[in-house]
Design a binder for this molecule. Sequence first.
Ligand code: SF4
Ligand code: SF4
Length: 441
Amino acid sequence: MTLFHGLRPWVYPAPIQGWYSAWHKRSAAVLFAVLLLVPWIRIAGQPVFLADLGNRRLNVLGTIFLASDGVLLLLGGLFAVFSLFMFTSLFGRLWCGYMCPQSVFMLNLVYPIERWIEGTRGKQMQRDKGPWTWDKAWRKAAKWAVFIAIAVIVSMSFMGFFIPAPTLWTGQASATSYGVVAFFTAIWSTDFIWYREQTCNYICPYARFQGALTDDESLVIAYDVERGEPRGREAKARGGCIDCNKCVVVCPQGIDIRDGYQLECIACGKCIDACTSVMDRLGHDTLVRYTTEAEEHGATHQWLRPRTLVYGALLSVLTAAFAYVLWNHNPLELNVDRAPGSLYVVDDDGYVRNTFMLNVATRHLEEETRVYLVTVDGLPEDSQVRVRPIQLEASSRTTVPLIVRVPKDAVDGALALTVSVKGQEDSVSEETVFKAPRHGG
Ligand code: SF4
Ligand code: SF4
C-alpha cells in the first residue's frame, strides 16, 4: 500500500473459490453471529454471556458465577487451554485458518472490501505503484473509513461481553468503557489498514507455541515435491507443478508453500483451492494438501498417540471435576467479615460486642425478591444477636451488619460461631470467630 510502501512486501491476496474457501464463509458466519448476537441474547432476563467485571460476576447460559467460584473458573480456564493444546496437536493451525478472529476478519471482510473498493489484485498493485491521484485518494479514504467503521462495531460488540449491550449501545456506559472501546478501535483499525498478516507473524503468542504443541502427526499444509518437481510447462502431462503461481497469489500470508512448511502459514487452505482449480482442469489431483509430516514420509497417520492420550485424560478429569463442583454449586454466597477497625468492644452492661459485615449474594434468576433470616450458632446463654432480615432480588448482592453480644464471663478470648443465612429454597453457612478479652488478661 502506497503510504507504507517499502516497509515490507505488501500482500495482495487474489480471491479464490473452492471447498476450503466455502468453509471459511461458514466459520465466519458463526463468528459474526457470536460476536454480534450473543451480547443481545438473554435467558430468564439475564445475558446469555456477560463477564461483569465491576460486580465480579460471570453469567454463562443462565448460570451465574461469582468471585467465590474461582475453582470453577480455574477448571473452565484449564479446560479451554488443554482443549486448545489437544486441538493443535491433532489439527495443527486449523484454528488460525478458520476460527481465529484475525483471519476471519482479514479473509472475509478486509480483503473482499479492499477488492470491492480498489479493484482486482492487479489494479491495486498498479495503482499503488503510481502517483497520488484523485482516484487513488478517494478509494484509499473510503476503504480506511469502512475499516474504521468495522473496527468500531467489532470493538463495541466485543465490549458487549463485559457490559450489557443495551447499556453500551445507548451511551449509558461509563467513560472508561468507551475509552476501552476507543483503544480496541485503534488496535483493529491499525490491524485492518496496515499491520494485517504481521499480527500472525510477529505478535500472536499461539503461533510462537506451534513448535511445542505439534509433532509429526499434526496436520500441516504441504506441497507434493515428488510429483510437483521439476516445475514448468513440461510438467503438465505428468501432473507436476506448471508454475502458474496461483497458490502464491491467493496466499493471505504472502508465502510460497512450494518452499516447504513455513511458520507464517496459517493453514487456511487457500493454496489448496488454488491448486485444485488448476489441477482439475488438467485432470490431476492437487499438488497442495492437508497432510502430516509422518504421512509425507510414508507412515500411516496416527490420531491416538501419547500426547493426545494425555490431553484426553486431562480433559476427562477436568470435565469430571467441573461437573462435580457445578453439581454442588450453592446458589447462595456468604462472606462474614469483621467490621473495619473493630475487634471487640466491652459495653457498660458487661457484654462483649463484635460487629460483622455479612456480604450475601444470590445467583437465583427468578423475578422475585427472596427473604433470608440470619441465625448464629455456638453462642452461650443470654447472648444477643441483632441483624435485620435480608432481601435479595434476582442475581443481586447486599451487605448487612450483624451485631453479636455475649456476656463477658461466658467467653474467654475467642469463641467459634457459625453464621447461617436461610431462605425458603436455599441456605448457606460460614464459620467465624467471636473475639473477647481473656479472663484475667
Ligand atoms: S501457504 Fe496456503 S495454507 Fe498457508 S497461509 Fe498461504 S494460502 Fe494459507
Ligand atoms: S497452483 Fe499448483 S500448479 Fe500452480 S504453482 Fe501452485 S503448486 Fe504449481
